[in-house]
Design a protein around this ligand. Structure first.
Ligand code: ATP
Ligand code: AH0
Length: 362
C-alpha cells in the first residue's frame, strides 16, 4: 500500500571531519518527491582535534569528548530546521572493521530525539554488520531513488569521492532497489583522505585545493603500479574500507617531491575508481560524481581520460553533491520507519535484505 511522503531531515558527518551536513527530503521511503533546505555546521579546529583523537576507537574506549562534539554540533544545526517529521542521524564513524571488530559510529540518537523533539533513526550500520554484511556503503538504495528522480532510463553509476570513495551502479529499469540486479555497490578505495594527509604532512594544509599542487607534478608510474597490486582491488564486491586502510599510499610516494607525490596520489585514487568500474555489470553511460573530490579538476580529468563514459558532477543532473549523503540518511530514516530494507546482498554483502537503524521515538 502506498504511504504518504513525509519530510525527513538527514545529517551526516563524514570521514574528512570538516563538519555536519544537514538536508531535508520529502519521501515515502521509496520515491523522492522533493529536496528541501540544507545547512552545514563546520567543526572548529578544537572540535576537529577532539574527533581526530577519537578515530580508531571502539565502544569500550573512552570517547565521551568526541560524543559531546557530535551531539552539540548536530543539535545546533538540526534545531535550525522547521517541519522535520523524522531525523536520520548517521553520527561519526570512528572505526570500521566489519570482518573483525565491527563498525563503530558515535552519536546518541535517543538524546538527539529528545533535544529536538523529533523521532530519530540512528545506528544505521550495526545490524547489517551483525548479520554478516559490510555495514557500508549505505547510500546505494538512495542512489537508486536518485536515478529514478533524474529519470534515467539506462544504467548509471554514482561515485562519491569523500575521504574514501564509493560507487553504486544502478539499473533504473527495475522497480525496487533490493530487486536482483538493481544495484551493485562497494567502496572503490581511497579518494581524498590520503591526499589530505599528504598535504598536511608536506605543506601544513588541509587539502590540495583545486588540485593545484597535483597539477604541477607528474605521475610516477612505478608507485602507481605498486599501489594497484593491493589485493583489495581484486576482491569481489561488496566490500568496504576504513578511512586509514590505505595509509600505505603515503609510503609509496615518500621519496617523491611534493608536486609529484600529489599528482601520483591523485592518480592512485582515480585508478582505484577505474579498477572499480571493471566490477560493474555494464559500463554505464554516465558516471555521476558527488562528494568533495568532484571539485578537484585534476582528479576529474584523470577519470575522464581513463574511462569510456561521461564523467559529470551530479549538479549536471540537478542534484546537490555537497548534500547527497545527508539526504541519503533522511531517505534511509523513512525506509527504516516503514520497515523497508536499507541494504542487501549486492550493496553490503549481507545475506538477505536488511533494515538497519534504531528508532528513538518522542
Ligand atoms: N576545491 C577542492 N579541490 C580539491 N579537493 C577538494 C575541493 N573541495 C573539497 N575537496 C576534497 O573533498 C574533501 C571533502 O569531501 P566530502 O565532504 O565529500 O568528504 P566526507 O563526506 O567527509 O567523506 P566520506 O564520504 O568519505 O565520509 C576535502 O577533504 C578535500 O579533500
Ligand atoms: C563506515 C563508514 O562510515 N563508511 C563511509 C565512508 O565514507 C565513504 C565510504 O566510506 C562509505 O562506505 C561510507 O559512507 C557513505 C555515506 C555510505 O555509507 O554510503
Amino acid at each position: 500500500m502506498q504511504q504518504e511522503p513525509i519530510w525527513a531531515l538527514g545529517a551526516m558527518s563524514g570521514t574528512s571531519l570538516d563538519g555536519v551536513d544537514a538536508a531535508m527530503i520529502l519521501t515515502d521511503g521509496d520515491q523522492i518527491f522533493e529536496f528541501g533546505d540544507t545547512d552545514y555546521r563546520a567543526y572548529s579546529d578544537a572540535e576537529r582535534h577532539v574527533l581526530k583523537d577519537a578515530l580508531g576507537k571502539w565502544p569500550e574506549d573512552d570517547t565521551q569528548a568526541a560524543l559531546d562534539v557530535i551531539q552539540t554540533a548536530h543539535t545546533e544545526v538540526l534545531a535550525g530546521f522547521d517541519g522535520a517529521q523524522i531525523v536520520g542521524f548517521h553520527g561519526q564513524t570512528l572505526a570500521h572493521d566489519p570482518r573483525g571488530r565491527g563498525t563503530h559510529q558515535i552519536g546518541d540518537g535517543a538524546a538527539l530525539a529528545e533535544a529536538l523533539g523529533v523521532t530519530t533513526v540512528w545506528d544505521f550500520r550495526s545490524t547489517d554488520v551483525e548479520l554478516g554484511g559490510e555495514g557500508a556503503p549505505l547510500a546505494p538504495y538512495f542512489h537508486f531513488a536518485c536515478a529514478k528522480w533524474i529519470k534515467a532510463t539506462a544504467p548509471v553509476a554514482f561515485l562519491n569521492l569523500g575521504g574514501v570513495g564509493n560507487l553504486t551502479w544502478v539499473d533504473p529499469n527495475l522497480m525496487k532497489p533490493d530487486a536482483e540486479g538493481a544495484c551493485l555497490a562497494f567502496d572503490t578505495g581511497p579518494a581524498n583522505a590520503p591526499i589530505n594527509d599528504l598535504m598536511m604532512e608536506r605543506r601544513g594544509l588541509p587539502y590540495d585545493k583545486d588540485g593545484a599542487l597535483a597539477s604541477k607534478g607528474k605521475v610516477v608510474d612505478g608507485a602507481l603500479e605498486l599501489f594497484l597490486e593491493e589485493p583489495y582491488f581484486r576482491r569481489m564486491p561488496p566490500k568496504s574500507l576504513d578511512r586509514d586502510d590505505f595509509s600505505l599510499m603515503l609510503d609509496l610516494v615518500r621519496e617523491l617531491n611534493d608536486a609529484d607525490a600529489a599528482a601520483t596520489m591523485t592518480a592512485m585514487s582515480a585508478a582505484a575508481v577505474m579498477q572499480a568500474m571493471e566490477h560493474c555489470p555494464t559500463l554505464p553511460e554516465r558516471l555521476l560524481v558527488t562528494g568533495g573530490g568532484r571539485h578537484n579538476p585534476v582528479m576529474m580529468a584523470m577519470l575522464r581520460a581513463g574511462l569510456d563514459c561521461d564523467v559529470l558532477p551530479v549538479e549536471d543532473v540537478g542534484l546537490n553533491g555537497d548534500m547527497l549523503e545527508a539526504q541519503a540518511f533522511g531517505y534511509l530514516a523513512v525506509r527504516v520507519l516503514r520497515g523497508l530494507p536499507t541494504s542487501g546482498p549486492s550493496t553490503t554483502g549481507v545475506r538477505a535484505a536488511v533494515g538497519g537503524g534504531k528508532i528513538s521515538r518522542v
